[in-house]
Write a protein that binds this ligand. Structure first.
Ligand code: UDP
Length: 512
């Protein structure tokens, strides 16, 4: 009987906030002796090439299967392959429709493999993979790049639909039912736009039929919510976070996340080296969220008035007055484009993070013991804000009330372009960077939490034991009937599959 390494195929959503943790997951799983293929499209593969090459160079059996992005069929421009390129709702809808069209090339790719993969791990937004794995008899796991806090709240609201439905509009507050803590939200800050509802139904169904669930989180961060979420689903839920800690010096850094950085990383580090410990506020709203020009102006004015050192990562081009950078030159560094976030967060001169509360950024801040100044924009970000401010006590709200998806819906015909004025920015920055007793207590809580979450990323820690348990679970699943493999024609942009040594697995082996 031929034996081979278990083969996992990972299918992220084509968005940096989903691809990066999926690559970390690939490293974690490959570190346990499996072979892992990450499915990407050309632009997403190119963006993460250095990172993936370095992972392979580190001796891990991780490779890439590159599928063409089917955007042209929906009139999307060439190269439009990532969620961060979306600038309006119509583009978002077409982007997700194009993602669904990946089903055909993905199935053809899987059928072309010499043997059936042992498991497909799909992003939570990858419900379109469920039909493929069912047809091919491949076990399927779901990977959540969000908090268990958000997952449980969404689960409970979907179960008690009347709670959402009886709200008069998207802004009327209500309490999330059956939740471990009192959590007041409205439709805008929780379930979001109604127009995405069909997609949500399929996502819930795909989760309910999965063979298990991964959450990029850990007990010390949100144990009560992880536990209740697993109970509610009644299936295997493995906490495997914080995955970002695979990118720290202590874990033996695999460089490459920085390869899209627009500014020399050494320059950024030496700029930080020249600043006192915990004095710098780092500002970055992730890969997708953008501010209106008048809001950029207010944030700039508030930062200037705060008189604190800062690094501000901007995607916006409008809203800066021409002299801003010159005026703050002695204490402000503006990075236009992609920044080496993990490098910046791990620098001792950074003392606070003004963030949109994307789950990766949240976990990265917590892992580095940084207090957060929270400025959520949409999706899970308002709930992540509630977790860090109200439950963990390591955050300060800047005061955003309305998600970016709803800023044209507050008053008909009017855009709410500024939510946080300069005075509010100045006050909030002072609060989060405060060196008095309240600030010191928040910082102490943040450091204590960081110590706890960092302690799990070791041999025998929860990600390690949970990946072992997941592998055992996959191996023990009854083998499903499926079609023969190796017969189909490959539909790939170009095969990026590298031949891997398939015979030296340390772990339970698959046999065909
Ligand atoms: N990121 C980065 N540099 C940037 C912007 C983002 O390295 O300039 C990384 C960040 O460290 C995180 C991910 O991209 O790992 C963004 O994910 P998150 O969930 O925070 O936000 P999203 O981009 O999905 O809104």
């Amino acid at each position: 009987m031929a034996t081979a390494k278990l083969h996992f195929v990972l299918v992220p959503l084509m968005a940096q906030g989903h691809v990066l943790p999926m690559v970390d997951l690939a490293r974690l799983v490959a570190g346990h002796g499996a072979r892992v293929t990450v499915v990407l499209t050309p632009v997403n593969a190119a963006r993460n090439r250095t990172l993936l090459e370095n992972v392979a160079r580190a001796g891990l059996a991780v490779d890439v299967a590159e599928l063409p992005f089917p955007g042209a069929a929906l009139g999307l421009p060439k190269g439009f392959e990532s969620l961060d390129m979306v600038t309006d709702i119509s583009l978002a809808i077409r982007f997700y429709q194009a993602i669904d069209l990946l089903a055909e090339p993905l199935e053809a790719y899987l059928r072309s493999l010499p043997r059936r993969p042992d498991c497909l791990v799909a992003d939570n937004c990858g419900s379109w993979t469920a039909g493929i794995t069912r047809r091919l008899g491949v076990p399927r796991l779901v990977f959540h790049a969000t908090s268990a806090f958000n997952l449980l709240a969404m689960h409970n609201l979907a179960k008690a639909r009347h709670v959402c439905d009886r709200a008069a509009d998207d802004f009327e507050p209500f309490e999330v039912p059956d939740f471990p803590v009192r959590l007041v939200v409205n439709r805008a800050t929780s379930v979001g736009l109604r127009l995405m509802e069909n997609q949500k139904g399929e996502t819930v169904e795909a989760e309910a039929t999965a063979d298990g669930i991964f959450v990029n989180s850990c007990t010390d961060l949100e144990g009560a919510f992880l536990e209740r979420y697993a109970e509610a689903l009644g299936r295997k839920v493995w906490e495997i976070g914080p995955l970002c800690l695979l990118n720290t010096a202590a874990a033996g850094t695999v460089a490459g996340r920085e390869n899209r950085t627009v500014m020399d990383v050494k320059h950024i580090v030496s700029w930080l080296d020249a600043r006192p410990a915990a004095s710098v506020l780092y500002i970055n709203f992730g890969s997708i969220a953008r501010l209106f020009p008048p809001q950029v102006e207010e944030l700039a004015a508030g930062l200037e008035a705060s008189r604190r050192p800062f690094i501000w990562v901007v995607k916006e081009t409008a809203g800066f007055d021409a002299e801003f950078e010159a005026r703050v030159r002695d204490r402000g560094l503006v990075i236009r484009g992609w920044a080496p976030q993990m490098t910046i967060l791990s620098h001792p001169s950074v003392g606070g993070f003004l963030t949109h509360c994307g789950w990766n950024s949240t976990v990265e801040a917590v892992s580095h013991g940084l207090p957060l100044l929270t400025w959520p924009h949409f999706a899970d970000q308002f709930l992540n804000e509630a977790l860090v401010v109200d439950v963990l006590g390591v955050g300060v709200r800047v005061g955003v009330k309305v998600p970016a998806t709803h800023i044209g819906l507050v008053k008909p015909g009017e855009l709410l372009e500024v939510q946080v004025g300069r005075d509010l920015v100045e006050r909030a920055v002072a609060e989060v960077m405060d060196e008095g007793p309240a600030g010191a207590a928040r910082r102490a809580r943040a450091n204590e939490l960081a110590d706890k979450v960092r302690a799990v990323m070791v041999e025998g820690g929860s990600p390690d034991t949970n990946v072992k348990d997941m592998i055992r679970h996959i191996v023990e699943l009854p083998r499903k009937e499926g079609m023969a493999f190796g017969a189909a024609e490959v539909v790939m942009s170009k095969s990026k599959e590298k031949k891997m040594d398939d015979t030296d697995g340390k772990l339970p082996v698959a046999s065909e």
